[in-house]
Design a protein around this ligand. Sequence first.
Ligand code: UGA
Length: 442
Amino acid sequence: MANICVVGVGYVGLVTGTCFADLGNKVVALDIVEKRVENLKKGILPIYEPGLKEVVERNVRAERLSFTSSYKEALKDVEFVFICVGTPEGVDGEADLQYVRMAAEAIAENMDHEMIVINKSTVPVGTGDWVASIIREKQAQDIPFAVVSCPEFLREGSALRDFFNPDRTVLGSTDKTAANKVAQLHLALRAPIVVTDLRTAEMIKYASNAFLATRISFINEIANICEALGADVKEVAQGMGYDKRIGHHFLESGVGYGGSCFPKDVKALAYMAQIHGTEPQLLQSVMEINLTQRRQIVLKLEDMLGTLKDKVIGMVGLAFKENTDDIRESPALDIAKMLHDRGAVVRGYDPVAMENVQRTTKYINLSEDPYELAQGSDALVIATPWNEFKSLDFDKIRSLMKQPIIVDGRNLYEPTRLTSLGFKYRGVGRGFKGAMLESNGK
Ligand code: UGA
């Protein structure tokens, strides 16, 4: 059992802290936002993540997990401090490190015994060294410490599964003893452990996210070519994926990637490259293709509806992906905004993200369920692939809609099925089927 402090109870911090507690460690999770801490003490979580609430409750009951906003209390007796604060996008696309700085300063000011500071936030290459220099500078007395980079690879919506079944653990440090201690902490997860220097570990995180984003933009480019040439990208991806060198993951074409990580991290990596004199040509294309995918949905609607002015369009799904209430950089919201700017009346429905949309977005009228959304709509856009959208009552939907038009931005449905039910249907990259079936529907 180790004594651990986690700084920041956002997505990464709460999941990391809770899961380490579940492995039998004693974890104090700290956040400077007192309201968040108060809520957590009452069992109210700041995020929606399947299964997380139960694991939090279990570990709070077992007194392995507690919450505080006091650094003094949180750092008492700890051996490991995880920095898990946000690194939002700065004005030029760089990562904004103000919260990392604040955490490093507070850790230094409250450090009264030796500890290992572990950086889990996604930070620009070189940040580990910078954190070490801040701590040295702000320490009240000269206490030994080490900084280790341990990037996270959790996906929203499957974060618990990803935590307990990682593909690998990456540890970066020049202090081998510290890296070994952090490795011990991860041994229960039985995954390969890659130990490297700080900067390389930080780069592994960016390169991994950028590579996954590149796969998505690649398959989206192929989708557009498929559409032009009459091939079906879903089958193309399946056929490619059986090649072990390629694999099936992250080859789903659609509205492009969103969320709090890929858009920000690809941009930040491109920014780092540029300020160090390297031209990130591929990363630029990845970002451009990603924006194009969102515009394509609007173009398809214009093609099918003529003008969008005063047309009622229902966004089916608003979160950036399924199983989360996160709407940061959500393609659904971006598409909704483009439709709104073209004079359409935009409606939306999402199983869990509606509260977040209501708080932040003015241009989407929220519906109670997919059927209310369909009532009187000229078109529906499938924007988030939630399971509950897979088996809708399409006869009912068609009868409720003003025009039976579906633009399936997630390729959730089989084109033949939807057109046989009387819809005019367009997916992404399903060239031959899409083109043929649409003309049947006309
Ligand atoms: C991503 C990475 O997958 C995690 O490994 C990483 O830890 C995390 O970022 C992070 O840096 O914190 P996440 O953003 O939660 O995780 O979600 P993903 O499942 O990776 O999806 C990202 C976006 O790509 C979503 O909008 C999703 O709909 C889209 N996507 C994903 C596709 O369009 N096609 C695919 O084939 C896969």
